[in-house]
Ligand binder design. Structure first.
Ligand SMILES: [Fe+2]
Ligand SMILES: [Fe+2]
Length: 299
């Protein structure tokens, strides 16, 4: 594994979430009315995170300049070439937690806590086991940071479509000016390399922990398609919150959108729930893991 600055990684990852909470607070009524667990929380409390914006903007500038079509083709080819690790889900959770937590004692919520809090909030609302399982694993793709990522820009942050015009609904859209694809006559056109309504399944989303985990789990789990949608699209805010890309989506994506919107509040707002005890929860989740995943996964 790479020697990396896990503290900086977690700080950026947290700040990205914070900005999405701020934006979410503004649009809250539109999409989280069906989730019960967070209705008591004061979403205005998340305004304190406005300070995160400057750090986040610098992060997005780098990401938006480097997530090109060429990079995305290359990284997908590399993905298929190697197995980076062999381990089960719980071990992956502990590995991610240890790697980040070792160098960042100040982080508000550890990685394993975030995964368990997300799953627990879903469980508490009486949602199905497959959705609890999706919540439990949804950020394990962040292990990428310790494998072969080039930085934070290809692990975390909101995702978007590459290979066509960068939507103006993408956060800090203006920072795409430095991406060479913005000057490419095809990649900067409305449909780019895609056919109208070809479906998200057929577009290339910017590479990061969502896309990586989706590719790892689609053939190594018995998760239903809605769980895979939650995993693959949970950072795809320009689409699931801002309504971009309706010229590319198809009927399947309507279903995906319902799933992702149902999942999003658990990801964003469960961090302020009561602390969880991994030791106590482990037996329940080990049993859940066994229902949907093989003992060992090739990462
Ligand atoms: Fe995530
Ligand atoms: Fe998350």
């Amino acid at each position: 594994m790479h020697v990396v600055d896990a503290r900086a990684f977690d700080a950026v990852s947290d700040a990205v979430d914070q900005v999405n909470k701020i934006k979410g607070a503004k649009a809250a009524a539109a999409w989280d009315e069906s989730s019960k667990f967070d209705t008591e929380k004061d979403k205005s409390a998340f305004r304190q995170y406005e300070a995160a914006c400057e750090r986040v903007k610098n992060f997005y500038r780098e990401q938006h300049e480097k997530q090109t079509v060429a990079y995305n083709i290359q990284v997908r080819q590399n993905f298929k070439k190697t197995v980076r690790a062999r381990m089960g889900i719980w071990e992956a959770m502990e590995t991610l937690d240890k790697l980040v937590d070792d160098s960042d004692p100040d982080t508000s919520v550890t990685q394993i806590e975030h995964l368990l809090q997300t799953a627990e909030a879903i469980r508490r609302d009486g949602k199905p086991e497959w959705m609890q399982a999706a919540g439990l694993v949804h950020d394990l793709g962040k292990l990428l940071f310790f494998f072969d990522a080039q930085g934070q820009w290809d692990v975390v942050g909101d995702t978007f479509v590459v290979g066509c015009k960068y939507s103006d609904k993408i956060i800090y859209h203006e920072t795409f000016a430095g991406n060479p694809d913005s000057k490419d006559s095809i990649y900067s056109s409305e449909y780019g390399v895609y056919a109208p309504h070809c479906g998200l399944e057929n577009v290339m989303l910017s590479w990061g922990h969502d896309e990586y985990l989706y590719h790892v789990l689609k053939n190594q789990s018995s998760l239903p398609v809605d769980a895979l949608y939650m995993i693959r699209y949970h950072s795809f805010y320009p689409w699931h919150r801002e309504g971009a890309y309706s010229h590319l989506t198809n009927a399947d994506d309507e279903r995906a959108l319902v799933a992702v919107k149902a999942f999003n509040p658990y990801d964003l707002y469960s961090k302020s729930d009561d602390p969880v005890d991994p030791v106590k929860l482990k037996p329940y989740y080990e049993e859940l893991i066994a229902k949907f995943f093989p003992e060992v996964i090739e990462w």
